[in-house]
Design a protein around this ligand. Structure first.
Ligand code: GCW
Length: 681
């Protein structure tokens, strides 16, 4: 039965049906690189732990010696195994982190392109073994699609987490870095097992004591964290405050073009690297929602980013620069401003002006992680700028890990989105190493959903979102269904329980979407908290998130006749979105302002579809609860009850959404539900 803490790395005494004797292992490492040696050692240790977890015995590991005893399994790099054992596992070169798993009459070889590749190869092998898919004739070659596979923490130094729904921070407590070593190590293992290789450990809103994480006083503790993550091939990123030269350095300005400011960043960065020589770099939220940035000095974001880039360059570091830059003090009276246009308008004109160690990080959608948002237009449009895509694993707008919402579902839709800038320009085809003149997306950053809760994610089934994030960015061709199946097999084992659970997962996104704000119209959620409905909660606010419903129509016209947002896409995508008959219906109110009597593809009016989806959404939650109840006997009481109690809260939430949305539109229109279902006055 599931031990929630162990997530997808369960202890499970399975039968070894692989046909391989997994007991004797030779390590074939070349110990030339220090960090590489640490990672290879960890890979071997993970093999030992993993076999113990799954088969209940501890294999014998020994260093390979020429002429020594034959082993059953060999762990090394492709190069070291070719050199020592004359096994030609792969000619050519895989990407960093790639690996080969190959069985032949000489044994089973798990070989990385590099040491991280070995580590990932070991984890893949263990995963396949646990899924009953390992065999003595395996022949697998893999390499990650995304070079940068990043986790972002929005953890605050006081231990709280911005948009965190699974307890307090695993990194901080009482204004300081404070953590349980074992817990962090277990976390690093979970992340490495799905291929994560970068982690930012503090909130992008860098406030209070967190502003001093880059000082000599706080760096020793940060360096301890780096040391725990290092053997797992995970490098740290630190979020910095743009005004640090003033806050820490007591300079009169933080103007990124000022000589003293440039000098200050160079010096401070040297200090940072003296504590953490392999720091991946900095991450910054500038000119965004109250955070300082270059605009306050009349400078643009290339001026800002390049100053950081030059300070980091001598150390091999990068600056990851968020594109969530928009005017957060808008006037609802003004229909001409359109927040979703902001990121493109601010950054596309700067394409080509960023140094080669600047990586931009736009959110996947143009607004803010809403249900039913289209993919942002800058993807496919950048040609000379390194960039990654930001998604939320934490469920800020998707139910706070109270409601079940399986996110790989929507990530698959994102991956399949065709930017249509020539052939091979779907998002999943664009994921890959940066190349000038191409729009390759170098990876992803996921705002993570973990905290100190014993099961890490609050909702036990939300573990599938963390797992799925790692898997889909490693291989964007994986489907949401494949990932759900893998995850449930690893978590619950073979059999109908896991199958039923992945079935529930697969329905959950659409169900959530049905009772939420209709058809991509967005931001009908409660202000600040973002859980539950408040239809006009943001309607007269300063945030630029309006739906503008009146008695006849709802939505914002973002076509070329409206705000012109659709002009930011390639001509074919723009044309597809502009036409209500071809615009995806889940995004239709994001792009169009439609009358309630607009007829949708199923022949029903928009209004009737709003009613239908909201009734259905609630009913589907009820059905999921019944399915969950049918699993009681096959689950531990702890897991069964905690998930059930969340489902019960979800049902209440769905009820509020259903009734408030339906009543709102009924009051606006005076038109009743065709099917006569209960809509409150
Ligand atoms: O959606 C908003 C969130 C903020 C968050 C911001 C961002 C970290 O409500 O909590 O701040 O996005 O992405 O910067």
């Amino acid at each position: 039965m599931l031990n929630e803490y162990n997530c997808w790395l369960q202890s499970r005494e399975i039968k070894n049906e692989s046909g391989i004797n997994l007991k004797t292992v030779s390590t074939v490492f070349s110990n030339d690189a220090l960090i590489g040696a640490i990672i290879s050692e960890q890979a071997a240790e993970e093999y030992r732990l993993g076999i113990n977890r799954l088969l209940g015995f501890s294999p014998m590991l020994s260093q390979y010696k020429t002429g020594g005893d034959k082993a059953a399994v060999y762990l090394g790099t492709i190069k070291s195994i070719a050199g020592e054992l004359k096994q030609d596992l792969y000619q050519g070169s895989l990407r960093e982190g790639g690996f080969v798993i190959k069985g032949n009459s000489d044994g089973l070889f798990i070989a990385g392109q590099d040491e991280c590749g070995l580590l990932y190869g070991v984890f893949r092998f263990l995963s396949l073994l646990a899924q009953g898919k390992a065999s003595s004739s395996m022949d697998i070659k893999e390499e990650p699609a995304s070079p940068l596979r990043v986790i972002n923490h929005w953890d605050n130094i006081n231990g709280t987490i911005e948009r965190g729904y699974a307890g307090n921070s695993i990194f901080y407590k009482d204004e300081r870095v404070d953590f349980q070593r074992d817990r962090i190590k277990d976390y690093a293992r979970l992340l490495a097992s799905v291929g994560i290789n970068r982690i930012s450990i503090n909130n992008v809103n860098v406030r209070f004591g967190a502003r001093f994480l880059i000082t000599e006083e706080m760096l020793p503790k940060v360096a301890e964290l780096a040391e725990i993550f290092r053997p797992y091939g995970i490098k740290l990123l630190l979020c910095v405050n743009f005004n640090s030269p003033m806050i820490i350095g007591k300079l009169p300005t933080s103007d990124p073009t000022d000589k003293a400011v440039i000098e200050w960043w160079n010096k401070q960065t040297e200090i940072v690297y003296s504590f953490i020589p392999d720091l991946a770099g900095y991450l910054i939220k500038a000119d965004s929602e109250g955070q300082p940035g270059p605009f306050q000095y009349g400078k643009n974001h290339a001026d800002g980013a390049n100053t950081f880039a030059r300070a980091l360059k001598p150390h091999g570091g990068v600056i990851i620069w968020r594109c969530f830059v928009y005017n957060a003090a808008q006037d609802w009276r003004d229909w001409s401003l359109d927040r979703p246009k902001a990121a493109y308008d601010n950054f596309i004109p700067l394409d080509g002006q960023f140094d080669d160690n600047v990586i931009l990080q736009p959110k996947f959608g143009p607004l803010d992680f809403q249900v039913g948002e289209p993919v942002a237009p800058m993807f496919g449009a950048f040609k000379k700028t390194r960039h990654i895509m930001e998604v939320q694993i934490t469920q800020e707008y998707t139910g706070h890990q109270i409601d079940l919402c399986y996110l790989p579902w929507v990530w698959q839709i994102i991956m399949d989105f065709n930017t249509d800038y020539g052939p091979n320009s779907t998002i999943k085809e664009l994921v890959g190493p940066y190349k000038e003149g191409h729009s390759f997306i170098e990876g992803f950053a996921g705002v993570v959903n973990v905290g100190l809760d014993n099961n890490w994610t609050g909702h036990t089934l939300a573990q599938a979102n963390l797992y799925g994030y790692g898997r889909i960015i490693w291989d964007p061709k994986l489907s949401a269904k494949d990932i759900a199946r893998e995850w449930s097999l690893l978590s619950f084992g073979a059999g109908s329980t896991g199958e039923k659970i992945d079935d529930i997962l697969m329905k959950s996104y659409r169900t959530y979407e049905k009772y939420n704000a209709p058809f991509g119209v967005s931001f009908m959620c409660s202000p600040m908290g973002h859980y539950g409905p408040h239809v006009e909660g943001y309607e007269f606010s300063r945030w630029g998130t309006y739906h503008r419903a009146n008695a006849t129509a709802v939505g914002v016209d973002r076509t070329s006749k409206g705000t012109g947002y659709t002009n930011q896409y390639s001509p074919t995508v723009s044309a597809m979105l502009e036409n209500p008959a071809t615009c995806p219906e889940e995004n239709i109110l994001f792009i169009h302002r439609l009358r309630y009597d607009f007829v949708m593809r199923n022949g029903e009016t928009l209004l009737q579809n709003i009613y239908n989806t909201h009734f259905e959404g609630y009913d589907e939650v009820e059905a999921m609860i019944a399915e969950w109840k049918s699993l009681e006997k096959s689950l531990s009481p702890e897991v069964y009850k905690s998930v059930l109690s969340r489902f019960e809260r979800q049902l209440n939430n769905a009820r509020e959404w259903r009734d408030q949305i339906n009543t709102y539109f009924y009051r606006k229109t005076g038109i009743a539900d065709k099917q006569g279902r209960k809509i409150y006055e």
